[in-house]
Write a protein that binds this ligand. Structure first.
Ligand code: IPM
Ligand code: MG
Length: 360
């Protein structure tokens, strides 16, 4: 097949990890006789530096016309002045909105080879396999009004949490469909004891549940969910929740695995539209440019890209198997190594995966 993939390396470690993803995707294409054409665009801090906007028109055009988009990370201390007129994160939010990617899929799996990397006890984390489905284009991130205000001569600020029923329905429905392909359990997370938007979320979830009698569905309040993720993570299958809760819970869940550097994500919109794939970790400015960042979350995001946007299931499984094989043999970047274990860098890890691809 011929596919066009837009790469958005972004800031910090973004360029290093996306470079490895490109090499690995090229190896997959060669091996399976596909042709991938890559375009690169600026987003985030580097785009602010070059064009004074976090999402240049040209970048958006490259994303909307591609089959899929792979992003590294945006942001860093250089652009984090709270008084700055434009922030790198605005580029990412505008891109999600413009691409219409309303469902953010964040799988959290504890691989047997990495059980020891978790800060939780091995018996608690072994076999954890959670899929967090986070609503991505609504809620507090986008509600209007938003911004600073002056009330009675004093500084104030407002954010708005609003959900419309269609926004809830499409993401919850997708989560039910995904649960059906897995262990058939769906946990919907809300704060229905306090928030009106959560009560609507719950009402709609129950309406949809009626059409999925084969899927076990439960509601959990977000504070309780934060607790259960630590003391019984293996009980969860698919978790669906609104934008802000999903942001927070997915970072928490990532720590079950012990490394943020391992977790991929896919953001999907309507069928036929390009998906946006990114590691869930940030730009890690403290280690940027040193060649030590873990590229595996980006490689696993590339596997999700192959599967969900290009329909290349066999190729995706091949890449995931290569990553598992490399980990099984003990290859470790610094973030997933135990003390005393030898560590390799970003490029070497990418090369190990490329080598493993050619083994089977
Ligand atoms: C994430 C990030 C983003 C978010 C930031 C960078 C805007 O934390 O993808 O989880 O909050 O969505
Ligand atoms: Mg986040």
């Amino acid at each position: 097949m011929n596919a066009t993939i837009t790469l958005l390396p972004g800031d910090g470690i973004g360029p290093e990890i996306v470079a490895e993803a490109r090499r690995v995707l090229e190896a997959v294409a060669k091996r399976h006789e596909h042709t991938f054409t890559f375009h690169e665009g600026l987003i985030g801090g580097c785009a602010i530096d070059a064009h004074e906007t976090a999402l240049p028109e040209e970048t958006l055009g490259l994303c909307l016309s591609a089959d899929a988009v792979l992003l590294g990370a945006v942001g860093g201390p250089r652009w984090s002045d709270p008084k700055a007129a434009v922030r790198p994160e605005q580029g990412l939010l505008a891109l999600r909105k413009a691409m219409g990617v309303f469902a953010n899929l964040r799988p959290v799996q504890v691989l047997d080879a990495l059980v020891d990397a978790s800060p939780l006890r091995p018996e608690r984390v072994r076999g954890v396999d959670i899929l967090i489905v986070r609503e991505l284009t609504g809620g507090l991130y986008f509600g209007q009004p938003q911004g600073p205000e002056v009330i009675d001569g004093r500084r104030a600020a407002v954010d708005t949490l609003r959900y419309k029923e269609d926004e809830i329905r499409r993401v919850v429905q997708l989560a039910f469909d995904l649960a059906r392909t897995r262990r058939k359990k769906l946990t919907s997370v809300d704060k229905a004891n306090v928030l009106a938007s959560s009560r609507l979320w719950r009402e709609i979830t129950h309406e949809i549940a009626a059409g999925y009698p084969d899927v076990e569905c439960e509601d959990i309040l977000v504070d309780a969910c934060a607790m259960f993720l630590i003391n019984r993570p293996a009980d969860f299958d698919v978790i669906v929740t609104e934008n802000m809760f999903g942001d927070i819970l997915s970072d928490e869940a990532s720590m079950i695995t012990g490394s943020l550097g391992m977790l991929p994500s896919a953001s999907l919109g309507l069928p036929g539209m390009p998906g946006l794939y990114e590691p869930i970790h940030g730009s890690a400015p403290d280690i940027a440019g040193q060649g030590i960042a873990n590229p595996l979350a980006t490689l696993l995001s590339s596997a999700m890209l192959l599967r969900s946007s290009l329909g290349l299931k066999k190729e995706a499984a091949h890449l995931e198997a290569a990553v598992n094989r490399v980990l099984g043999r003990g290859a470790r970047t610094a973030d997933i190594a135990r003390s005393g274990e030898p560590v390799i860098g970003t490029r070497q890890m990418g090369q190990c995966v490329i080598d493993a691809l050619s083994e089977v």
